[in-house]
Design a binder for this molecule. Structure first.
Ligand SMILES: *[C@@H]1O[C@H](CO)[C@@H](O)[C@H](O)[C@H]1NC(C)=O
Ligand SMILES: *[C@@H]1O[C@H](CO)[C@@H](O)[C@H](O)[C@H]1NC(C)=O
Ligand SMILES: *[C@@H]1O[C@H](CO)[C@@H](O)[C@H](O)[C@H]1NC(C)=O
Ligand SMILES: *[C@@H]1O[C@H](CO)[C@@H](O)[C@H](O)[C@H]1NC(C)=O
Ligand SMILES: *[C@@H]1O[C@H](CO)[C@@H](O)[C@H](O)[C@H]1NC(C)=O
Length: 293
C-alpha cells in the first residue's frame, strides 16, 4: 500500500468523521500579513505547484511537517522565500536534502516533522530571516498566530500556477489536550487517545481557521515558533481545533540535524555533535572546498 494511498485514506476518513460533528461556521479568515512581518515563512513547491508551507530556521534549513516531504524526490521540490504571494517570484532555491523524522508514521500521523536542506543559504534581509524555535511547550494562557497561505486555499479548490494567493495570519488559542479530544470525539474514537499525543499542541482559531494549505506552516507565539501545522481538518472555518507538532519536543533532533560543523580552534579538527551521515556528507563538501580554495 503506497504512502500516498494511506494519507489519502486518512484524509477521507477524517472528512467523513468530521462531517458528522457539530460545528459552528467561522466567517473570517484572519488578516493579510506582509512578508516583512513574517520573514521566516517559506513556500514549498512540488513540480512548480504550491504544496506546503515551511519556516526558515537556519542558513540551509527549512522546517516543515513530515507529511510534506515523505516519499518526495529532492529534484521535484523547490523553496521560495521573500514573497507573501504564492506563485510570485521570490528567492527560489533547489532542494538538496530531505530529512524525515525516523519515527514518522502516517496512520496515526505522529512525529510529523521534517527538514528540507536547500542548495545555498537564502540572502537574509527585511523579507527573509530565520525564526527561533521554542524550547518549551506553549501554555494555554498564550495567544499565538498561524501564518500561512492555507486559509485562502481549500480542499476542493485546485490551485493553478498563475493564481495569486496572499499570506495570512490567523490568531490561534492553544487548548488543552483533553479539550481537544473532546472537540474531536469521532476522530478520537477512531484513532484512540494517542492520536492527540503529548508531542502535539492543539489550537483553535480566534479570527479565522487553519486550512489544508497550511500544512507545515509555523505556529508562532511571541516571535518564536512553537508548532508545525500537522493535522488540519477539511471543514476549515468551523472552529474545530487543528493539531500542531510541538517543536520543543523535537528541538534536540532538529538541532542535531541542522547544526553547522564547529571547527575547533585548537586542532583545526571537527567536533561532531551529530553522528548522522549528513554530517559526513558535509565534511566531504568541506574537504572538497578546502582542496579547491
Ligand atoms: C460520530 O459519527 C457518527 C456517524 O459515523 C454519528 O452518528 C455520531 O453522532 C458522531 N458523534 C458525534 C459526537 O458527533
Ligand atoms: C450544535 O450545537 C449548538 C450549540 O451548542 C446547538 O444549538 C445545535 O442544536 C447543535 N446542532 C446539532 C445538529 O447537534
Ligand atoms: C524513535 O523511537 C525509538 C523507540 O521508541 C526511540 O528509542 C528513539 O529515540 C526515537 N528516535 C528519535 C529520533 O526520537
Ligand atoms: C473553496 O474555493 C472555491 C474557489 O475559490 C470556492 O468557490 C469555494 O466556495 C471554497 N469552499 C469553501 C468551503 O471555502
Ligand atoms: C490560469 O491557468 C489555468 C490553467 O492553466 C487556466 O484555466 C486559467 O484560465 C488561468 N487563469 C488566468 C487568469 O490566466
Amino acid at each position: 500500500m503506497s504512502k500516498f494511498f494511506v494519507i489519502t485514506t486518512i484524509l477521507i476518513m477524517l472528512k467523513i468523521l468530521q462531517a458528522s460533528e457539530n460545528t459552528t461556521q467561522l466567517p473570517m479568515q484572519g488578516k493579510l500579513i506582509g512578508i516583512q512581518k513574517a520573514p521566516y515563512v517559506a513556500a514549498i513547491y512540488e513540480l512548480e505547484f504550491y504544496k506546503c508551507t515551511g519556516s526558515y530556521i537556519s542558513n540551509l534549513w527549512v522546517l516543515t511537517s513530515g507529511y510534506c516531504i515523505v516519499g518526495k524526490l529532492v529534484r521535484d521540490l523547490t523553496v521560495v522565500m521573500g514573497t507573501n504571494e504564492v506563485n510570485r517570484i521570490g528567492d527560489k532555491k533547489d532542494v538538496v536534502m530531505l530529512v524525515l523524522h525516523p519515527n514518522y508514521t502516517a496512520v496515526p500521523l505522529q512525529n510529523d516533522v521534517g527538514l528540507i536542506g536547500v542548495a545555498s543559504p537564502f540572502s537574509t534581509g527585511s523579507a527573509i530571516r530565520p525564526i527561533t524555535i521554542s524550547d518549551k511547550t506553549v501554555s494555554i494562557t498564550e495567544f499565538c498566530s498561524l501564518i500561512g497561505w492555507g486559509s485562502a486555499i481549500n480542499f476542493t479548490h485546485q490551485l493553478f500556477g498563475n493564481e495569486s494567493i496572499l499570506l495570512r495570519q490567523v490568531r490561534m488559542k492553544p487548548i488543552k489536550q483533553e479539550t481537544c479530544r473532546g472537540m474531536l470525539p469521532n476522530v478520537t474514537a477512531r484513532y484512540g487517545k494517542e492520536f492527540i499525543s503529548d508531542s502535539v499542541i492543539c489550537a483553535r482559531g480566534e479570527d479565522g481557521d487553519a486550512c489544508l494549505g497550511d500544512v507545515g506552516a509555523p505556529l508562532v507565539c511571541d516571535q518564536v515558533q512553537v508548532g508545525i501545522t500537522s493535522m488540519v481538518f477539511e471543514e476549515c472555518g468551523k472552529r474545530k481545533p487543528s493539531v500542531y507538532t510541538d517543536v520543543a519536543k523535537y528541538r534536540q533532533w532538529i538541532s542535531g540535524k541542522t547544526m553547522p560543523i564547529m571547527i575547533s580552534p585548537k586542532l583545526g579538527s571537527y567536533s561532531l555533535h551529530s553522528s548522522s551521515w549528513f554530517v559526513i556528507f558535509r565534511m566531504c563538501v568541506l574537504v572538497i572546498l578546502s582542496v579547491m580554495l
